[in-house]
Design a protein around this ligand. Structure first.
Ligand code: G16
Length: 542
């Protein structure tokens, strides 16, 4: 029996950098979740009679919302939903499933690296038929619908058993519960030389993968332990928990600190890695050596041809604007194009679909390729392992050689979290006004060469995205970028990205904080961060 439930629109359902992210209790507001899901369905013209993919990262509320989404999909005329067992699907696995199922799209329930639990965060993302995050024209249509919606449709039926593989019926709709790992693991086997990686591990190469109690646990155990032969226990925190064990499933030096300490200690394995809540981010640390995400992207681009899936070379690469220029140097050496996009994986989709790029990545610990349309944490780990297995060098050696050839882009990101939204907006507005006056000004020993606000012109569809970050470029190639995060759920988060290039002949082994100290001071002086936010230091440095 289909119910049409009358509702009033919610004014705050504008999707951010990656879907709608809010506190759990906001999603628990009566009709709130249903209103957003119905808006997605209403904005998707091909939904009736189509296949839809559904899964999430297992965080608090995941199972409940899966049930709601299934009943709404049935009431809205969807023909088939393929849902991960237990309601689980990592974001890259969902992207792959959309692509191989010929699905119209997929709903992914995740707030990514944000914490989970009754007092924490939840999120709903919609991915389109190419497997990638809905582009802005779609998220704009969804948002417009949220402002006008007056009803949602839902089937009144008991909950489905999400833990039993196979097909069940929900009204006219078929629900197929699938193994969340199998198709994804099979895809990885086509891209990487599992035999060579297995041989490396069998020769005594040790690794630790920290799944942070999030969705990649089952994927990493299957691939790293069962298929590649890493000893049991190499994957730690491998059981997805609704509150991620009370942690913050963000693979950076702050939240994956235990892994970092282990990798810097006397018993460190050869290779350490972590992923985030929904499995699309990655952190890579060699024994005694952290690899910054921007450097990781550059190393992967320079060495991808060592893996079978990329042996034909790269068509091109792309990075988000705040990501360091390290990969640009590799692209130049390879003679391929390098695209600069705004923050957000959704901006890579068109370039990948058009066959202009093979690899893309972001400073926010994301890297991926044209194998899916999402960033992919385990994929990055496997590409690293494939490279190490062929080169038979430690991570630190690979990085040193890379810097010795291309130079080093010293890089750091400062996050000022949960600051007052009005103060954050005022800071940005004041800085925007200041930009034209900055060229020629000196800050300590640094002289500003240019300053602008980044706008992106998508060469494939002609769309333009304005106001994507404020940039201050200094003589000598250093730069500072400022932007407000689009993924936070309380107040505003100011991100300040700081970068300086050191040529191969320079000092390649300084501490980033030291190498970037003058720039960091200039970044504060230019934007008046302390004055606007009342903070004297960032909350998170990555
Ligand atoms: C999302 C996006 C990424 C983006 C990151 C940070 O990642 O998919 O493209 O770089 O947020 O965005 P912001 O700086 O606006 O907070 P995830 O892993 O959270 O889905």
């Amino acid at each position: 029996m289909i119910h049409s439930v009358s509702i009033r629109p919610f004014p705050d359902q504008k999707p951010g950098t990656s879907g709608l992210r809010k506190k759990v209790r906001v999603f628990q507001t009566p009709h709130y979740t249903e209103a957003f899901i119905q808006s997605v369905f209403d904005a998707e013209p091909g939904l009736r009679g189509a296949t839809l993919i559904l899964g999430g990262d297992g965080r608090y509320l995941n199972r409940e919302v899966i049930q709601v989404a299934l009943k709404m999909a049935a009431a809205n005329g969807v023909a088939r939903v393929r849902v991960g067992r237990g309601g689980l699907l990592s974001t890259p696995a969902a992207s792959h499933l959309i692509r191989i199922s010929g699905a119209i799209g997929g709903l992914i329930l995740s707030a990514s690296h944000n914490p989970g639990g009754p007092e924490e965060d939840f999120g709903v993302k919609y991915n389109i038929a190419n497997g990638g995050p809905a582009p802005e024209r779609v998220t704009d249509a969804i948002y417009a619908r949220t402002l006008a919606i007056d009803r949602y449709l839902i089937l009144e039926v008991p909950d489905l058993d999400l833990d039993r593989l196979g097909e069940q019926r929900l009204g006219e709709m078929v629900v197929e519960v699938v193994d969340p790992v199998a198709d994804y693991a099979a895809l990885m086997e086509t891209l990487f030389d599992f035999r060579t990686i297995r041989a490396l591990i069998a020769s005594g190469f040790s690794l630790r993968f920290d799944a942070m109690h999030a969705v990649t646990g089952p994927y990493a155990r299957e691939i790293l332990e069962r298929r590649l032969g890493a000893p049991e226990g190499s994957v730690v925190n491998a059981t997805p928990l609704p509150d991620f064990g009370g942690g913050h499933p963000d693979p950076n030096l702050v939240h994956a600190h235990a892994l970092y300490e282990h990798m810097m200690g006397p018993d460190a394995p050869d290779f350490g890695a972590a992923s985030d809540g929904d499995g699309d981010r990655n952190l890579v640390i060699g024994r005694g050596r952290f690899v910054s995400p921007s450097d990781s992207l550059a190393v992967l681009a320079a060495n991808a041809h060592l893996a079978p899936g990329y042996s034909a070379g790269l068509k091109g690469v792309a990075r988000s604007m705040p990501t360091s220029g390290a990969v640009d140097r590799v692209a130049r050496a390879l003679g391929v194009a390098c695209y600069e996009t705004p923050t957000g994986w959704k901006f890579f989709g068109n370039l990948l679909d058009a066959g202009r790029v093979t690899l893309c990545g972001e400073e926010s610990a994301g890297a991926g390729s044209d194998h899916v349309r999402e960033k992919d944490g385990l994929w990055a780990v496997l590409l690293w392992l494939n490279i190490l297995a062929v080169r038979r060098q430690p991570v630190a050696g690979v990085l040193d050689e890379h810097w010795g050839r291309y130079g080093r882009n010293y890089y750091v990101r400062h996050d000022y979290e949960s600051i007052d939204s009005a103060a954050a907006d005022s800071l940005v507005e004041a800085l925007r006004t200041l930009l034209p006056q900055l060229p020629g000004k000196r800050f300590g020993p640094l002289q500003v060469e240019a300053a602008d606000e980044f706008a992106y012109h998508d060469a494939t569809d002609g769309s333009v995205s304005e106001r994507q970050g404020l940039r201050v470029m200094f003589e000598g190639g250093s730069r500072v970028v400022y932007r407000l995060s689009g993924t936070g759920t309380s107040g505003a988060t100011l991100r300040v990205y700081i970068e300086r290039y050191e040529p191969p002949s320079g000092n390649l082994h300084q501490e980033p904080a030291e190498a970037l100290a003058e720039l960091a001071a200039a970044a504060d002086a230019i934007a008046g961060i302390a004055a606007w936010t009342g903070r004297n230091a960032p909350d998170v440095v990555t």
